[in-house]
Design a protein around this ligand. Structure first.
Ligand code: GTR
Length: 407
């Protein structure tokens, strides 16, 4: 454990106009750095009984312990999927730049006597001559925001740009896995209701919330990608925005098949450090979205210092695989600095694997991405969203991680 004062280092500062407009609105939440809480952050490399983790092997054992803490206290335990089966419909769509092969995949997960079925889409670039790496996007908005047919084309899921770089573009929608609303479970909707019998051995307060269900769904899509000869399943990036970004990080933490995790403005319950209490707090997120987390997480409302972990350790769980965190300058609700600091503190786990650390004082200014080995970060100007420029940076990062693969 190390005592941290407020960490205001680095070049980025929120825009004065953004701060002034929040002040004019009289918002009650904390958005000025001088109001951030001081805190003691759990040390990523602290061992269980006072020792230090100093080898990759020791980290692996510690990692499993931290994973369990996140399961029990934050996201909840997901059921085991005994078998996943697929039914694929192939077709062609014509996103800009020529036709692409589109696979509409019906995925069925069987757990005990129960099953749950949902759909995902995979677009294969027309130029592919060998298995290609893929970006799997968790769409947390309406279907048209990431339209699998590409009749509607939005930058939010820049599928054309992904295909043009020679990557496959896969998408799955949160609501198809677990409806994004309170009461779905009680009404018998979604995967949590369908597989409820598989959870009877799990304490009610530790049962999975919707974020864990979405992450689980991404893993089932990965089950499919491993069977598709057009995909290089060893090189799949999981990407999500906001609540989808929280789910993407948890998916990569729980499923080592994801080679890269990309979190766009995931904030509280994602990349943001909870103890800072900036923007959306644990209490606010639990009050508004009680079904996102396991019930145990509610115990930490206004009590962040009691959390046995913090979100920098979620990023550390992904080490030594690649992780990219993106923020937006005016998205103070998601606490951009807290997102960067989580990555900086997580870098201790990467250092065990021979990578250089990121120092908390290194937060870059707007539009100057920081990439250090398997870790990347950018903050761009503007509001909460995924822009084409964000996607370009995600792909630049993947290009470097996977070297030039196309051609
Ligand atoms: C907000 C929520 C955030 C974030 C966001 C989103 O209402 O407070 O945690 O998840 O929604 O998903 O766009």
């Amino acid at each position: 454990m190390s005592e941290l004062q407020r960490e205001v280092g680095g070049e980025w500062r929120p825009a004065a106009a953004c701060l002034a407009s929040l002040q004019a609105k009289g918002v009650a939440w904390r958005y000025r750095e001088e109001d951030a809480a001081s805190y003691i952050l759990p040390d990523v490399l602290a061992g269980e009984e006072g020792g230090r983790i100093d080898t990759p092997a020791a980290w692996e054992a510690r990692r499993l312990h931290i994973l369990k803490l996140f399961e029990r206290n934050v996201y909840g335990v997901a059921p085991v999927c005994d078998r996943t089966t697929f039914s694929v419909t192939e077709g062609e769509i014509a996103p800009g730049g020529g036709p692409a092969n589109a696979r509409r995949v019906e995925i069925t997960c069987h757990a005990g006597a129960d099953a749950y079925r949902f759909e995902a889409t995979v677009l294969i670039p027309p130029s592919a001559r060998k298995p290609v790496p893929a970006f799997l996007f968790i769409n947390n908005r309406e279907p048209e925001a990431a339209d699998p047919s590409r009749r509607v084309r939005k930058d939010f899921w820049s599928a054309e740009a992904i295909l043009a770089r020679g990557y496959a573009a896969a998408v799955v929608r949160t609501d198809d896995i677990e409806p994004d609303r309170a009461g779905a479970l009680q009404e018998g909707q979604g995967v949590r209701a369908a597989l409820a019998d598989a959870m009877t051995q799990t304490l009610p307060a530790e049962r999975w919330g919707a974020l864990a269900a979405w992450a689980w769904g991404a893993s089932r899509v990965m089950d499919y990608l491993q069977t598709d000869a057009a995909i290089d399943a060893g090189r799949v990036a999981i990407v999500g925005h906001s609540r989808g970004g929280k789910a993407a990080l948890w998916a990569a933490a729980t499923d080592a098949r994801f080679a890269i995790a990309i979190s766009n403005e995931s904030g509280r319950g994602g990349a943001g450090i909870s103890r800072r209490r900036m923007g959306e707090t644990v209490k606010v997120i639990n009050d508004r979205f009680p079904y996102w987390f396991c019930e145990n997480f509610w115990r930490f409302n206004d009590c962040e210092d009691a959390l046995p972990i913090d979100q920098h350790q979620l990023l550390a769980l992904i080490a030594p695989r690649a992780v990219y965190v993106a923020s937006a300058g005016d998205d103070l609700w998601a606490d951009p600095r807290g997102e960067f600091l989580a990555l900086a503190h997580a870098s201790a786990a990467y250092a065990l694997h021979g990578h250089s650390r990121i120092d908390p004082s290194e937060m870059p200014p707007l539009d100057r991405p920081l990439v250090r080995g398997p870790m990347g970060y950018h903050i761009r100007p503007g509001e909460h969203d995924v822009k084409r420029g964000d996607w370009n940076r995600f792909m630049d990062f993947a290009d470097v991680q996977w070297r030039a693969h196309h051609g």
